[in-house]
Each structure stands twice: as C-alpha cells, then as structure tokens.
Write a protein that binds this ligand. Structure first.
Ligand SMILES: Nc1nc2c(c(=O)[nH]1)N[C@H]1C(S)=C(S)[C@@H](COP(=O)(O)O)O[C@H]1N2
Ligand SMILES: [Mo]
Length: 329
C-alpha cells in the first residue's frame, strides 16, 4: 500500500464537511495553483444539495430529437441497483461550468444541437460528423454501466450509445496510430469555468488504441432513454467504465488519432494524483484518501470498490504487458 501523505494546505477529511471550510480550502488551492478534485468528505457535504426546482432534463434548444429505440445489451450486467435518475442528472462534475456538484442548471445553457464531431489525425478518412447522422448511421444500444469517480462516489445508470470502435471503423485508423485523444468543446459564452485560467483548457483525455478498440469503450448520446443532458456530457461523450470517472470526457467535439501519448487535463494539473491510466483499484489509495469503498449516489450506501470497477474480465488483458506502468492512479 502507498503511504498516505498530507500537505500543509490540505484539510483533514474529518474537518472538510462545513461549506465555509470547503470554500476556504478551495481558495487556498486556487492560490497554490493546484487542482481541486475534492476530498470525498467535501464531495459528500454537497451530496444532497440540489439546484432550483427546474427540469434537469430540459432540452436546449428544444428541438433536440428523441433517440431511436435502443435494446438493452445484457452482456454488461451491472450487478447493483440503478441509481435514481434525479441524482444522476443533478450531481455532476463538469469543471467547464464550475467546480461544485450543482452545475446542472448552468450546463443546461449549452446548446447541444447542432453538434459536429471532428475525427482527425492518423486516419485514412478524416471526417466531420453531425451527431444525429452518427446516431442514424451506427445505431444505438443501451448499456447499464457502473461509474466510479476518483472522489469515491459511484453510480449505476443506463446509457444509450455505440462503441467507439464502430465510430473509428468509419474513418479507418492508420497502423501508426497508437493513442486516441478526446477534446471537450470550449464554449466561453456558456462555460464560466473557462475563465479560470489556471486550468489547462480545453479538457483533454486520452487512451491507447487497444483501449479504444475494447468493447467496453462506449460513446453515450443518451441517459435513461433520453438525449444525453448537457450536464452529463451531452450530446456526445466517452465512457471508460473500468477507469476513474475523470477519464470519461464530456461533450466531445474532436477525436484525434496520434502516435503521441496525450497529456490530459488532470494529468497536467496534478500528475501524481491523476495519471494517464487511472484504472480503478481498491488497494491503491489516492494520495489523499482511501479508494477501498465508494458511496452510491441516491442511497448513500457505502459499498466495496472492485478492481477495474468490476470489469476485469473485459479489460485486465490490456495491461498484462504494462505491469511496469503506474496503472492505478
Ligand atoms: N469535459 C469534462 N469532462 C469530465 C469532467 C469535467 O469536469 N469536464 N469531469 C469528469 C469526472 S471527474 C467525472 S466523475 C465524470 C462525471 O460524469 P457524470 O456527471 O455524468 O456523472 O465526468 C468526467 N468528465
Ligand atoms: Mo470524477
């Protein structure tokens, strides 16, 4: 096990609950130019805080089309109850809109249509796709996945979408492509977080080409059978259910195939805490907290965290030849 360390500016978890301390610690971290991925205690302080009683599903613009009907793919059994819909769409991390969990109402200001996704780099056919054309061309299915945030909370929700591999086959990756880079849209008019210039915008994440080809790597366009709300990364995001949630970039505008390992947003901020691989492992604590268990949003139940978030049968073989890398943080 790694040794827990605590720097002077960090408040012990036991004291992190009162809001004014959270706010205070945040301004200290800001001043220090550090990342602010919250302590689990701080995240839970905001656990039940809700925005004003508006509709978190409201579409902007209103003409966002319904999704075609999607069959649930039962190959990916979640093995635990589906989280309450209301919690999944009102408790979010999306730093472009702010660093607290209640950004859902701000995120609804983001127009999710029309939406173009550029796919470029080391591909035979660089392309721009309209999200609705992609949905029609590839088709969609529903998968219930567990999501595990590095802050030690988790949820279980039905996503509608398609595999990344189906999208990549439309552009034909070159043999020289070794990584995939995912870039979130930057829309300053609706994203106040972009003005926080100490963050390395745009939000970038990345994976290897074999992770991209894995059957689990999913591109959601919907949630609970409805078009993916902006606060959850609508209209189009990526999901790596065996990795900590920060790897699953939201509102993707550009996908680039490359031979260079992408340097991600969180890695740029704090590489010692948020690395490239970020596979879920209950045995390897975050430098500031344990990863042994997680709280489920909605029920607030604490459950044991599982290796690869329980998806080892699908993904463990990706890492057999990478045991010398820092796979777990
Ligand atoms: N662009 C962008 N993508 C992001 C984030 C973000 O702040 N910006 N937060 C990440 C984190 S930390 C988590 S846990 C998940 C949360 O997804 P959800 O709100 O749909 O649960 O989105 C990830 N994707
Ligand atoms: Mo997260």
């Amino acid at each position: 096990m790694l040794i827990r360390r605590r720097r002077g500016w960090e408040i012990p978890e036991s004291q992190a609950t009162p809001e004014h301390l959270v706010a205070n610690r945040r301004s200290i971290m800001k001043a220090a130019g550090a990342g602010t991925m919250l302590l689990p205690g701080a995240a839970q302080a905001q656990f039940w805080r809700r925005g004003e009683p508006a509709d978190p599903w409201a579409r902007n613009p209103a003409e966002v089309p319904d999704l075609p009907p999607a069959m649930r793919n039962t190959r990916y059994a979640a093995g635990r109850a589906i989280s309450p819909e209301r919690d999944a769409v009102t408790f979010n991390n999306f730093y472009e809109f702010g660093t607290d969990k209640g950004i859902w109402s701000a995120a609804r200001a983001m127009p999710t249509r029309p939406w173009t996704i550029k796919v470029d780099g080391m591909v035979e056919k660089p392309s721009e796709f309209d999200v609705d054309d992609l949905i029609r061309r590839i088709g969609v299915e529903e998968r219930v996945y567990r999501l595990r945030c590095v802050e030690a909370w988790g949820m279980t929700v039905p996503w509608t979408g398609f595999q990344l591999s189906s999208l990549l086959s439309l552009v034909t990756p070159l043999a020289s492509a070794r990584y995939v880079r995912f870039e979130t849209a930057t829309i300053p008019a609706v994203m106040p977080g972009l003005r926080q210039s100490w963050y390395p915008w745009p939000h970038v994440e990345g994976c290897t080409i074999d992770e991209a080809a894995n059957e689990l790597t999913f591109m959601p366009v919907g949630l609970f059978g409805k078009p993916l709300p902006a606060q959850n990364g609508g209209p189009f995001r990526v999901l790596f259910p065996w990795k900590y949630g920060f790897k699953s970039g939201k509102s993707i505008a550009r996908i680039t195939l490359t031979d260079q390992r992408p340097k991600s947003f969180w890695e740029t901020l704090q590489a010692s805490e948020y690395g490239f691989w970020a596979n879920v492992n209950p045995e390897v604590p975050h430098p500031r907290w344990s990863q042994a268990s997680e709280r489920l949003i909605g029920s607030n139940e604490r459950v044991p965290t599982r290796l690869y978030n329980g998806y080892g049968e699908f993904v463990a073989s990706l890492y057999t030849n990478r045991q010398n890398e820092r796979l777990w943080a």
